[in-house]
Ligand binder design. Structure first.
Ligand code: UGA
Length: 439
């Protein structure tokens, strides 16, 4: 089958490469010409496990191409996936749908024959009819363009696997037995045949599915982090508590890693966007639990700052702090709403000299936080530090010998905000250790 993918960020580039892997002929479209050149050379403009291999393989075979032309995309196929970004508005928690509506508006004039537009972007519920309206107005084929809602649930750093082997497929339509359903079932045939639960539903339910899923995941993380606060007050250990809870199959282990809380380009934005949309719909009372999840998440960052001040004194001017981690989570170079960088920046603003290290995200961090210092080697980064903060749990950090590290500083103090350092071993190596979720 031939298809296009409009918008080639984390979601779109991965979707395009995976659709090619499923045997389709795919044209990715992005208005950023530099991104298009990079993708056409078989590389992703960001770090994502396994993605470069797929891009290299399918751009070399000619099965996958990228363009910056909407006209070319409209002519190429009768199935168009849209995966453009939907960030929060600059001064509000509401979604900014400008890129989405702009993409649909620019694709529309080229749609002269019946086609399916399947939107993957995360949106507030009620967006699908607005997309359909734009197509009705600007596409020459008018009513013959069908809109489908196909939310995406991939995690960065598992994006390829989550796309090829998703937990479920969600397809939303505004009529039953639509032609669009047959088209999408054909596009996802291999995934459906492998036994993936496929849920066909209405537009609104499909739109809500993504926001509700991310809201649940965020709330689950905040639940264990709220328990961490109780552990800190009571002398219990949240790691042990999470383990005990995780044995209960009704609770499970996923999303039960306590620590510095959630960040990234999705959970914080979608939680805020979901709450805002519920308020607009006069259902604000129903999302009180989500407001609290956001508040717990913010408090984890403040707690690290408070611990740093307990160790170094309230006046941080002249203090040297090393931060291990810049990415919002391990195995990515994405720093959007990174808890680690938010803490690092606050400490800098309070007067400390902050040195950051990260295996993949330093280039991105340098651009967004030029006031911070950056060192590639996590061991050298600790030289003469008054305090070490472990804020993103890259596996590599856990392999560093605390004995060897202790010689680099005169005041070996560490705060483990992610709970993955072996603090007993660090204490044996003469480090003063503090951790979130423990007294
Ligand atoms: C998230 C969702 O997991 C995906 O299902 C969704 O498709 C995606 O957002 C999206 O909307 O596109 P992602 O942001 O890539 O995916 O990352 P997660 O692995 O969910 O982690 C999010 C944040 O929560 C990270 O900062 C991570 O460190 C934190 N986290 C996660 C915890 O603090 N504890 C946990 O137990 C799990």
């Amino acid at each position: 089958m031939k298809m296009t993918v409009i918008g080639c960020g984390y979601l779109g580039a991965t979707h395009a490469a995976c659709m090619a892997e499923l045997g389709h002929e795919v044209l990715g479209m992005d208005s950023d010409i530099d991104k298009v050149h990079t993708l056409n050379s078989g590389k992703a403009p960001f770090f994502e496990r396994d993605l470069d291999d797929l891009l290299a393989k399918h751009t070399a075979s000619g099965q996958l191409k990228f363009t910056a032309s909407y006209g070319e995309a409209a002519d190429f196929a009768d199935l168009h996936f849209i995966g453009v970004g939907t960030p929060n508005q600059p001064n509000s928690d509401a979604y900014d749908l400008t890129h989405l509506f702009d993409a649909v508006r620019r694709l529309a004039p080229g749609l002269t024959t019946p086609a399916v537009v399947a939107v993957k972007s995360t949106v507030p519920v009620g967006t699908a009819p607005r997309v359909a309206e734009i197509l009705r107005k600007y596409a020459p084929a008018g009513d013959l363009i069908e809109v489908a809602w196909n939310p995406e649930f991939l995690r960065e750093s598992f994006a390829v696997d989550d796309t090829l082997r998703p937990d479920r497929l969600v397809l939303g339509f505004n009529t039953t037995h639509s032609r669009a359903e047959a088209v999408l079932r054909q596009a996802f045939e291999k995934i459906i045949e492998s036994g993936t639960p496929t849920i066909v539903t209405d537009w609104a339910t499909a739109e809500l599915a993504k926001g509700a899923a991310n809201s649940y995941l965020a709330t689950k993380i905040s639940f264990i982090n709220a328990m961490a606060e109780v552990c800190e007050a009571s002398g219990a250990n949240v790691a042990g508590l999470a383990d005990i809870l995780g044995h209960d199959h009704r609770i499970g282990r996923h999303g039960m890693r306590p620590g510095l809380g959630f960040g990234g380009g999705c959970l914080p934005k979608d939680l805020a966007g979901f709450i805002t949309r519920a308020d607009e719909l006069d259902a604000g009372q129903a999302v009180g639990i989500l407001r609290e999840a956001a508040a717990v998440n913010a408090r984890r960052r403040q707690r690290v700052i408070a611990l740093a001040r307990e160790e170094l004194g309230t006046d941080l001017r002249g203090k040297r702090i090393t931060v291990w981690g810049a990415a919002f989570k391990p195995e990515t170079d994405d720093i959007r709403d990174s808890p680690a960088l938010a803490v690092a920046q606050t400490l800098h603003d309070l007067g400390a000299t902050v040195t950051v290290t990260d295996p993949k995200a330093l280039d991105n961090a340098r651009k967004l936080h030029p006031e911070l210092d950056y060192v590639e080697d996590p061991i050298a980064a600790v030289d003469d530090a008054d305090l070490l903060l472990h804020l993103t749990e890259w596996h590599h950090f856990t392999t560093i010998d605390p004995k060897r590290l202790a010689t680099r500083t005169t005041t070996p103090k560490v705060i483990d905000a992610r709970g993955t350092l072996n603090t007993a071993q660090w204490r044996d190596a003469d480090w003063i250790t503090r951790a979130l979720g423990r007294r």
